[in-house]
Design a protein around this ligand. Structure first.
Ligand code: PEP
Length: 249
């Protein structure tokens, strides 16, 4: 039986004070002993707040939304994988659609970030997904396969690496246009079979999450699909009340 992964991407919401309020409320209503793993990706300034609040909970991990691939150096405003780990991160989000489409992040940069995370002994979650234009042009499978292959191309000893995938169609992120469980499952199946070609049966242990306008109403239906191992949630994860419902879906 799968152990679902429920991941909250707060994007640029919840600074340290709001993060503390969120974690206090969430932890008070979300007792240990769940059959699932929760990951919270706060803004970097709130990482230590989240990690500290969850420090006694093995089922709740703190993550970071982005890293630089270098370990240190003259990269003003950036954060390295070892620094994120030192601040309490256990997981790194790589290649989120907003990083790719707003900040111009490339597959090659994603590959370097996955590599840096792995070398720092952090798990990473590589995001892939197509725009509406690419979907309508019938390019989805080719695109997500390329993002997968190129994103993982620099990770040393991939078969042993600690990572997850998130299929997040760009057209579904923040739009209210959720992919159907069937549509998401079809792409998850493509990703899984591509992964099998790359790392054999180890592929079956890699969680593949769906993300894109998941909310408290549709989360349980998506999670019920056997191909969907978890959910990556943006807007509906910012408030503890709706996140609590999703985390328990
Ligand atoms: C996300 O930011 O990863 C995301 C899926 O956003 P939303 O849930 O708001 O669509």
């Amino acid at each position: 039986m799968k152990r679902p992964v429920l991941a909250a991407n707060w994007k640029m919401n919840n600074g340290p004070t709001a993060a503390k309020t969120f974690m206090d409320a969430f932890l008070a209503s979300y007792p240990p002993g769940n059959d699932r793993t929760v990951i919270i990706f706060p803004p970097a300034v709130s990482l230590t707040t989240v990690a500290t609040a969850a420090s006694s909970r093995a089922d709740i991990l703190a993550g970071i939304q982005n890293i630089h691939w270098a370990e240190k150096g003259a990269f003003t405003g950036e954060i390295s994988a070892p620094m994120a780990k030192d601040a309490g991160a256990a997981v790194v989000l790589v290649g989120h659609s907003e990083r790719r489409h707003v900040f111009g992040e490339t597959d090659a940069q994603c590959a370097q970030k996955c590599c840096a995370a792995s070398k720092a002994k952090l798990a990473f979650m590589l995001c892939v997904g197509e725009t509406m234009q690419q979907r309508e042009a019938g390019e989805t499978e080719r695109l997500v396969t390329r993002q997968l292959r190129e994103g993982l191309s620099e990770t040393p000893n991939l078969i042993a690496a600690d990572f997850m995938l998130a299929y997040e169609p760009v057209w579904a992120i923040g739009t209210g246009l959720t992919a159907s469980a069937g549509d998401a499952s079809a792409i998850h199946t493509v990703l899984r079979s591509e992964l099998r070609e790359m790392i054999g049966t180890r592929a079956d242990e890699i969680p593949i999450l769906y993300g894109g306008s998941v909310n408290a109403t549709n989360a349980a239906g998506l999670l019920a699909a056997p191909e969907i191992d978890g959910l990556l949630v943006g807007g509906a994860s910012v408030e503890a009340s709706s996140w609590l419902i999703i985390a328990q879906s």
